[in-house]
Design a protein around this ligand. Structure first.
Ligand code: GLU
Length: 308
C-alpha cells in the first residue's frame, strides 16, 4: 500500500476546505492560531514514516496529553486508579460539571477534563508540581524519542488566567475528597500537560506504543504491557472524543484522542500510529478536518478496527 500517495491524496482533497471549523477561542493563546493549517503523519510499526502538509509545525496538543498522563498514572497506582475515575463515555461536554454532582465527584472517564484533573492529582503524588511536569515531559520525549518536545509556557499561562471552569471542576472534586493536593498545584500540572507543544510526526511516534502492544518498535522502549495498551485503546475508542466519540467510531473506527488545539492522535492496532492537525474545531470541540482526514484514511487503507 502506498501510504505516501494516500496522504498526498487526502491533503490535496482537503486543501480547498482549509479554514473550516472554529479555533478554540476560550483559551486566548489558542485563538491566535491560523486555522488554515493542516498536517498529518503516519508511523507504521515496521518503521515507515510518512507525512504531509504542516506535519513539522508544532501545535498545542491539549487533551491528547491525557493519554500520556493516563499511562503514567496507571504505571504509578495500577488498577487502583479506577477508584478515582470511571471508564464510561460521558455523553456530555468535555468541561461539563453536571455529571460530577450526580456521581459524587468521581468523573466518568480519564479523558474529560474532570477525569484528567483527577489523574494529574495522582501523578502529582509525592512530587512538587514542577517535578510532576518534568516527569511528564521526560516521558513524552522518551515516547517520541525526541528531545525537542517542549511545553509552551504562554499557553499554560493563558489557561491559568482563564481556566475558571477547570478551577470549578477541581474545587468541586476537592470538596468530595477526590483530590489530595491543593487545587492550584493540580491545575498547575494539568495546564502544563495541555500546553505540550508537538508536531504531527512527534505525536505519531509518541503514540506508536499503543499500536504495537505496548512497546515502541522503533526504539525498543517497553512502555506498558500488551494488556494495558489494549485497554488504553479501548478507552480512546469509547471516550476519546468527548460527546463525539460515537460519531468518530462510526466514521473512522480507530481508537483516537482529540484536543482543542485541533490535533487528533489515532491508533491502528498492529499497524500504525497516526497524528493529524487542523485547528478548526467542530461543535463538540474536535478537529473538523482532522476527523474528515482520518475517515478518508481509514476508508482508503481498510484500517478500521471494525473491518474493512
Ligand atoms: N486545556 C483544555 C481545557 O482544559 C483541554 C480541553 C481539550 O483539549 O479538549 O479546557
Amino acid at each position: 500500500m502506498d501510504l505516501q500517495a494516500i496522504l498526498d491524496g487526502i491533503h490535496a482533497e482537503l486543501l480547498p476546505r482549509l479554514g473550516e471549523g472554529k479555533v478554540a477561542d476560550y483559551i486566548p493563546e489558542l485563538a491566535k492560531v491560523d486555522p488554515r493549517q493542516f498536517g498529518m503523519a503516519i508511523v507504521t510499526v515496521d518503521g515507515q514514516v510518512h507525512s504531509v502538509g504542516d506535519a513539522q509545525a508544532p501545535f498545542s496538543i491539549q487533551s491528547i496529553s491525557k493519554v500520556f498522563m493516563l499511562t503514567l498514572a496507571l504505571g504509578k497506582v495500577g488498577e487502583q486508579l479506577w477508584t478515582r475515575v470511571g471508564r464510561e463515555p460521558s455523553g456530555s461536554a468535555f468541561n461539563s460539571i453536571v455529571q460530577l454532582e450526580h456521581e459524587a465527584g468521581i468523573p466518568r472517564n480519564p479523558f474529560i477534563n474532570a477525569g484528567a484533573i483527577a489523574i494529574s492529582d495522582v501523578v502529582l503524588s509525592g512530587h512538587a508540581p514542577r517535578e510532576a511536569i518534568g516527569e511528564l515531559l521526560r516521558f513524552v520525549r522518551y515516547l517520541s524519542d525526541d528531545e525537542a518536545v517542549t511545553i509552551d509556557e504562554k499557553v499554560a499561562r493563558s489557561e491559568t488566567q482563564t481556566g475558571f471552569r477547570n478551577f470549578a471542576l477541581a474545587n468541586f472534586m476537592r470538596s468530595y475528597g477526590n483530590l489530595d493536593h491543593p487545587v492550584e498545584h493540580v491545575l498547575g500540572v494539568y495546564f502544563h500537560q495541555c500546553a505540550l507543544s508537538m508536531n504531527c510526526q512527534q505525536l505519531a511516534k509518541a503514540g506508536l506504543y499503543l499500536a504495537a502492544r505496548g512497546t515502541n518498535p522503533l526504539t525498543g522502549h517497553s512502555v506498558v504491557s500488551p494488556k494495558r495498551a489494549r485497554r488504553i485503546n479501548a478507552l480512546m475508542l469509547t471516550c476519546g472524543h468527548y460527546d463525539g466519540s460515537g460519531d468518530f467510531a462510526y466514521h473512522v473506527g480507530l481508537p483516537g484522542k482529540s484536543g482543542v488545539g485541533g490535533g487528533i492522535m489515532a491508533v491502528a492496532p498492529g499497524i500504525a500510529s497516526i497524528a493529524v492537525w487542523s485547528p478548526g474545531l467542530n461543535k463538540v470541540g474536535n478537529s473538523q478536518l482532522g476527523a474528515v482526514a482520518l475517515e478518508m484514511l481509514a476508508a482508503r487503507t481498510g484500517w478500521s478496527v471494525f473491518g474493512d
